[in-house]
Design a binder for this molecule. Sequence first.
Ligand SMILES: Nc1ncnc2c1ncn2[C@@H]1O[C@H](COP(=O)(O)OP(=O)(O)O)[C@@H](O)[C@H]1O
Ligand SMILES: [Mg+2]
Length: 224
Amino acid sequence: MTIFQINDVKKTFKNREIKEQVLKGINLTLKEGQITALIGASGSGKSTMLTIAAGLQRATEGRIYFQGINLSEMNQEQIRKIRAKQFGFIFQSSHLVPFLSVEDQLTLMLEISEVRLKKQEQRNEVEKLLKLVDMYHRKDAFPSSLSGGERQRVAVARALIHKPKMLFADEPTASLDSRRSIDIMNLIKDLTKTMKITTLMVTHDEEMLLYADNIVTMRDGLIK
Ligand SMILES: Nc1ncnc2c1ncn2[C@@H]1O[C@H](COP(=O)(O)OP(=O)(O)O)[C@@H](O)[C@H]1O
Ligand SMILES: [Mg+2]
C-alpha cells in the first residue's frame, strides 16, 4: 500500500543572481513498511529531496502526499505537527542534546511529539526501546561519554520512540566504521519492520543497499 508519494517535485535555489534548479521533477512512491534507499553522486540533490519530503523545507513546485494528505498545501504549523508526531529523523551525526542523559533524550522526544503518557508508562516505553538498541545499561550517561556507535544507537531509539509512521535518514552510517554501520542498519531494519515504519534513507555506502527494499538513483536532479 502506498503511504507516501512525491509528485513532480522541483526545487530551485537562488543565490544572489544565480538560480540553480537542484530538483527537476522528482516522482517517487513509497510503500508502507519498506526501506527505500536514495543514492547518487554528491551534490545530486539527495539531501534536498529528503528534507523536502520530511517537511523540513518546501518544494518550489510539486506535491507531496502523506497518507493521501497533500503536505504542500499545509501551513507551517500543520506541517510541524505532522513532523513531530508522524516522522522520525536520523542524520549522519547523532545530534544528541549534550546536557541530557540518554534516557532524557528519549523522554524529551516523547514530550515534543505530544505522546501523552503517565510518567511510569513513559519510563517503560523508554526502557523497552533502549533495551532493543542495547543502550539501557547506559541510560544515565551523557552523550560526551558515549562512543560514536553508541550515540547513533541512541539516535535511532530517539527517532522511533514516538512510533512515527515515517523514518527519514540522511547517511545514518556515514560517520561509522563498517562493523558499526552494519550494527546500525540491522537495528534500523529490525525496528522499522517490527513497527511497520516506512523509511526513506540517503546513503552512499554500497553495503547499506543490502538492507533496502528499493533503490532509487538520483542524477542531475532527476531519478534515473
Ligand atoms: N540551501 C541551499 N542554498 C543553495 N544551494 C543549495 C542549498 N542546499 C543545497 N544546495 C545545492 O543543491 C545541490 C544539491 O545538494 P544536496 O541536496 O545537499 O546534495 P546531496 O545530498 O546529493 O549531496 C548542491 O549543488 C548544493 O550546493
Ligand atoms: Mg547530502
